[in-house]
Design a protein. Sequence first.
Length: 344
Amino acid sequence: MQTKHEEAERQFEGAGVVTCPNCRAEMVAGLRFCRMCGFRLGEGVEEYTETRRFDGKTPPFAPPAAAAKEAPNFAANHTWAAAPLANVAPHAPARAGDAAGKCAGRFGSWRMGWIGWVVLALVLMFAVGTVMRSARRANRVNEAPRISVEREVDGFETADGGGAFIKGLDGPGTTLEAAGLRGGDVITAFDGKPVRDARSLRRILRDTPLGKTVEIVYVSEGQTRTATIVTAAAGGYRGREALRARPGGEGQIGVNVGGRVRVAELNTHGTELDRVTRNGPADMAGLKRGDVVLEFNGQPTRTPGDLRLRIYEAVPNSTVTAVVMRDGQRMEIPVKVGRSRDDD
C-alpha cells in the first residue's frame, strides 16, 4: 500500500494539477504544502534564494555557475514548470507583494512626514523661545533705572488712596534720605508730575534725566511735605557694599523682623520683632518677641526695611539704643551690636 507521501510524490511528478492526499483538495502541481490543510506535498518551487557574496570579479547580477549550467535543462528536468496554473490568478504572489510594498511605502512616508512636522515644531519653539529671551533681556536693559532713586529703596508699592509707598531704604547715603524721606513715606508727585501709583512713579523715574534738580511731594505720617533732590546715576549707587566691606561687616543683633505696626498712642508706626534669637545680642539686652521698635540708633524704623537697614548700619561691638513699645509703654533699651563677619 502506498503511503500518503508516496502518493503525493507520484502526483507531483505526473500532472499539472494535483490532489492533496490528506484533504483531497485540488491545486497546482509543484507546491510544497497543501494550501488548504498544510500537508507536505513534496519539493516544489524554491521560496528563498541563497545569500550570495560578490568577490569583485563576477558581475553582481550574473547567475551562479551551478544555476547557469542547470538553466538549459531546467524545463526538461522539471515537468511541472510548464504546467498550467488552473484556478489561480496569474502573478498573485507578486501582486500581493506589490500591495504590501505600497502600503509599507505609504506608511513610511506618513511616518517620516509626521516626524518631520514634530522636528519642525520643536525647532520653531526653540527659535521663538530664543527670540523672546532676547527681547526680555533687551527690555530689562531698556527698563533699567537711569537714576538711583529706584535702587535706593526696597521697593515701591501703591498706597491706599494713591501714590507710591516707600517700603524702606536699601542702603546708606541715598539721595532720598539726604532729602528727608524714609520708609513709610508716600510720594504723590515727582518733578511736577502726579504719581497715581507705584507703576506711574517708575515710569516717571525712567523718563527723568540725570543731574536734574527735581521737587518731590510726599506724605509722612499724615503730613504733606516737599523735598528737593538732584538726580544721580543709578550705576553709582553701591547700596550696602560699604557696610559689608568694613571690619566686622554689617551689624546684627539676632532678631527676625516682622511687620509694620501702627502705634496709636504716638500717632506713628513701628516694626514688630517676630523672633529674638536666644543668647543673641538682642536677647542679652532684654528685647523680646512682640516688641515694636520705633527707633534704632537714633533713626526712625517705621517699616521692616528701615529697621533692617539701621541694624546693618550699626557698627559691630558698639552699643546703640533701641526705642520700643511694649504693653503700651515706651522703653529705651541699650543693645551691644554683634557682627556678621569675623576678621583676623
